[in-house]
Design a protein around this ligand. Structure first.
Ligand SMILES: Cc1cc2nc3c(=O)[nH]c(=O)nc-3n(C[C@H](O)[C@H](O)[C@H](O)COP(=O)(O)OP(=O)(O)OC[C@H]3O[C@@H](n4cnc5c(N)ncnc54)[C@H](O)[C@@H]3O)c2cc1C
Length: 350
């Protein structure tokens, strides 16, 4: 018997889709991916520390709740609780891995089946469709929900890796409001619309924002470029590339090189936000679903999760170059599951 719903991906979109599908008696099967340098099971939030903007998780004794909710055999995966206490009791915002383990647990509680493997291809040329795991036999399925996310592009410097979560970030909306960045000089690398958005957003918190761009004009649309150029808190650093991130426990500055004069200099900053684009994870689809010029999957109906192949749905960052937040991804996962359920009902598949 073919599966009713196969979900590819284990970030907020994937688990949310699984929770809805499982509660609708669709017995979903999730392929959660394997560890690769740039992607791990549980999605992008597994790369971050505290998540302050996911609704329902104010500061509190998160550790006690997590330990009570998540199966004991997965406690090894929980990061140490941050040492923030109130009246001697843990008091912190949920950490990325904790939030994702809770989402996974909620899906498991309704009997979602999970396979720790990558899908390396799909076949949607005839129904039922097939998903092909890296190891193991192809799996037949009536519907597929693609929730494989997108990874942030980084510069590729070893020091940048060392200072991730210690001042290096790829998401201003996620991290800009954290205390370590408040009233401090910060830098954004990039020159497109997203870089301008990130820099403008950071001006709410920073004492000053440098925009480091390797050209002498912004790639952003004119209206966005003007927004940056007219913002008194933003200073442009043209024709320049970051060559190193420096600091002690946290970052204290960046080394930059002017690519016209080859002159090296240092900029004292307490945060470095990389805004040089994202890479949606769609390669394994081998062109069977349409993508836009940035590689994001194209939805047939922007208000839903439908793709050009009926019975194939997509959700989360893999379709979303605009918002890229855990809450929006989870919302899209819910939509994909409801779309799959209704499509199955229309086909008379129970
Ligand atoms: C450092 C960092 C900090 C962030 N902080 C915040 C924050 O504070 N608040 C917030 O709202 N958002 C934050 N975000 C953004 C948020 O993480 C994403 O918007 C969200 O995780 C997207 O969810 P998703 O389910 O679409 O995809 P992802 O979370 O990217 O998950 C996709 C999953 O699919 C798996 N996968 C990929 N390909 C395959 C395959 N072929 N087969 C099987 N599995 C596969 C991957 O391993 C991954 O686990 C942050 C992102 C980063 C990188």
């Amino acid at each position: 018997m073919p599966e009713k719903v196969v979900i590819i991906g284990s970030g907020p979109a994937g688990w949310s889709a699984a929770i809805y599908a499982a509660r609708a008696n669709l017995d979903p099967l999730v392929f959660e991916g394997t560890v690769k340098p740039e992607m791990i099971p549980l999605g992008q939030l597994a790369f971050t520390t505290e998540v302050e903007n996911y609704p329902g998780f104010p500061f509190g004794n998160v550790r006690a709740f997590i330990e009570s909710a998540v199966d004991k055999d997965r406690h090894w995966n929980l990061p140490p609780a941050p040492d923030h206490k109130r009246d001697g009791v843990y008091h912190y915002a949920v950490q990325g891995v904790e939030l994702m383990e809770l989402m996974k647990q909620q899906a498991l509680n309704f009997d979602t089946r999970v396979i720790g493997d990558d899908i390396v291809d799909i076949d949607v040329s005839s129904r039922p469709y097939k998903v092909i795991p890296a190891s193991g036999d192809p799996v037949e399925t009536h519907t597929i929900i693609v929730a494989t996310g997108a990874r942030a592009n980084y510069l590729g410097l070893p020091s940048e890796e060392e200072y991730k979560n210690k001042g290096v970030s790829a998401c201003a909306v996620c991290d800009g409001a954290l205390p370590i960045y408040r009233s401090k000089p910060l830098a954004v690398v990039g020159g497109g619309d997203s870089a301008v958005e990130e820099a403008t957003y950071l001006t709410k918190f920073a004492s000053k924002v440098y925009m480091i761009h390797r050209r002498d004009e912004l790639r952003a649309s004119k209206i966005m470029a003007d927004r940056a150029l007219n913002n008194k808190k933003i200073e442009m650093v043209w024709d320049s590339e970051v060559t190193d991130v420096i600091g002690d426990d946290v970052i204290t500055g960046v080394k930059i090189q002017n690519n016209k004069t080859n002159e090296d200099s240092e900029l004292a900053v307490n945060g470095l936000f990389i805004a040089i684009g994202h890479t949606p994870i769609t390669g394994f689809l081998n062109g069977q679903l349409d993508t836009d010029d940035k590689g994001y999957l194209i939805l047939e109906d922007l208000y839903r999760s439908t793709t050009k192949i009926e019975g194939c749905f997509a959700a989360g960052d893999v379709v979303d170059s605009t918002y890229r937040q855990a809450i929006t991804a989870a919302g899209m996962g819910c939509k994909a599951s409801i779309d799959a359920e209704r499509w199955l009902a229309d086909q008379g598949i129970e």
